[in-house]
Design a protein around this ligand. Structure first.
Ligand SMILES: NC(=O)c1ccc[n+]([C@@H]2O[C@H](COP(=O)([O-])OP(=O)(O)OC[C@H]3O[C@@H](n4cnc5c(N)ncnc54)[C@H](OP(=O)(O)O)[C@@H]3O)[C@@H](O)[C@H]2O)c1
Length: 337
């Protein structure tokens, strides 16, 4: 019997999450059932989307019950397999537990990591994992940018957004990013290669809209939105006719904040916009294509990926809470020995 130390949901957060909403606990881990894997977790992915599972409402996955383990994307080594396609010793990415071990049921968010690959394990979980694949399919399949077009990205210093801007540039587009603060805007230009960066902090809706218009003199062909709320509302009037709005996430609303009144929704009609949400698993049968593209771009030094790797399970709770305090840039992961 394995004793698993893990992060437990202590209380259902109301509004902004705090460290007190979580606690470290330990439990005897049940053996994997037929079709499942037992993993020793090596890396935990810290993702804002998990915040959606902490409320009582149904989201893209069922909510996590109070007292239950917090789930997250993990990279781990198979120490017991009850699934024909996986063997002990395999390295696997899957939806597991924010803890030392996970029992994983292979699904569209689970795959084997190529041990022979020259890439690091953190790359396998980040730029070549959910993050890079989301950026790739969200931009290229949902956004369908064309060379010479303008792509605007919100949450542009984040792990998905920073890759979206670079993929847009690889495809011959002009990339404009929105981020909070001068330091992050400098990072967008100097590290991630955005053509222009817009600082949304301290701006009224009108000022934000004016800054977007100034940064996109030919209008916006594709808006890749990670944020929602007023950032989305301020962007809609600057879209070109027939433009595409990719709804990847709505991080500004994840803490239960009431959505602002959307003053510009009619622009979707007036500009005949294509507004489409998506979930990465919709593209599960094409993951190889995304990984080949991302690996090629890394090899040609066209793609830069910022990672912060924290040590030990104790780091997981502060790292998760910190994501909503604007103090992260790039991908945050927790490494377990
Ligand atoms: N559809 C899918 O399949 C899928 C898959 C993965 C992720 N996602 C979603 O994609 C989005 C980005 O994920 P990620 O992993 O890149 O997250 P991340 O690395 O935490 O980055 C998110 C960025 O959003 C910005 N932000 C946070 N709160 C904000 C607010 N209230 N207003 C404006 N900006 C805010 C932050 O930068 P600033 O400091 O600039 O505010 C942060 O850098 C999330 O919404 C996530 O849920 C969707």
């Amino acid at each position: 019997m394995i004793h698993n130390r893990y992060v437990r949901l202590r209380s259902r957060p109301c509004g902004k999450i705090g460290q007190d909403d979580f606690e470290l606990s330990s439990m005897a881990l049940p053996s994997p059932e037929q079709g499942q894997l037992l993993l020793k977790n090596r890396l935990l992915s810290i993702d804002p989307g998990v915040r959606n599972l902490l409320g009582a409402k149904e989201g893209y996955l069922p909510p996590i019950a109070v007292g239950a383990p917090v789930t997250c994307s993990v990279l781990g080594e198979v120490i017991q397999s009850r699934h024909d396609a996986f063997a002990e010793g395999d390295l696997v990415v899957g939806r597991g537990m924010m803890g030392e071990y996970s029992v994983v049921t292979p699904d569209a968010l689970c795959w084997k990591v190529d041990k022979a690959s020259a890439h690091t394990l953190s790359n396998a979980l980040g730029v070549l994992g959910n993050t890079g694949r989301t950026a790739y399919f969200g931009l290229l399949e949902v956004g369908r940018p064309e060379p010479g077009g303008t792509v605007l990205v919100s949450g542009a210093s984040g792990s998905v957004g920073s890759l979206v801007g670079q993929i847009a540039r690889i495809k011959g587009c002009r990339a404009v990013g929105i981020a909070g603060g001068e330091q992050k805007c400098r990072m967008l230009r100097d590290e991630f290669g955005f053509d222009v960066a817009i600082d949304y902090l301290g701006k009224s809706d009108e000022e934000l809209h004016a800054a977007i218009v100034a940064a996109c003199p030919d209008g916006i062909d594709v808006f890749f939105d990670n944020v929602g709320g007023r950032v989305l509302d301020s962007t809609l009037p600057a879209m070109n006719f027939g433009g595409r709005v990719v709804l990847c996430g709505l991080i500004s609303q994840y803490d239960g904040a009431s959505p602002p009144v959307m003053a510009n929704l009619f622009m979707i009609v007036a500009k005949a916009l294509h507004v489409r949400g998506f979930l990465l698993p919709q593209f599960a049968d094409r993951y190889d294509e995304a990984v080949a593209f991302l690996e090629g771009a890394i090899a040609r030094r066209e793609l830069y990926f910022r990672e912060e790797i924290l040590d030990g399970l104790e780091a997981a709770i502060p790292a998760f809470v910190r994501q909503f305090n604007a103090s992260t840039a790039g991908k945050t992961m927790v490494q377990l020995s």
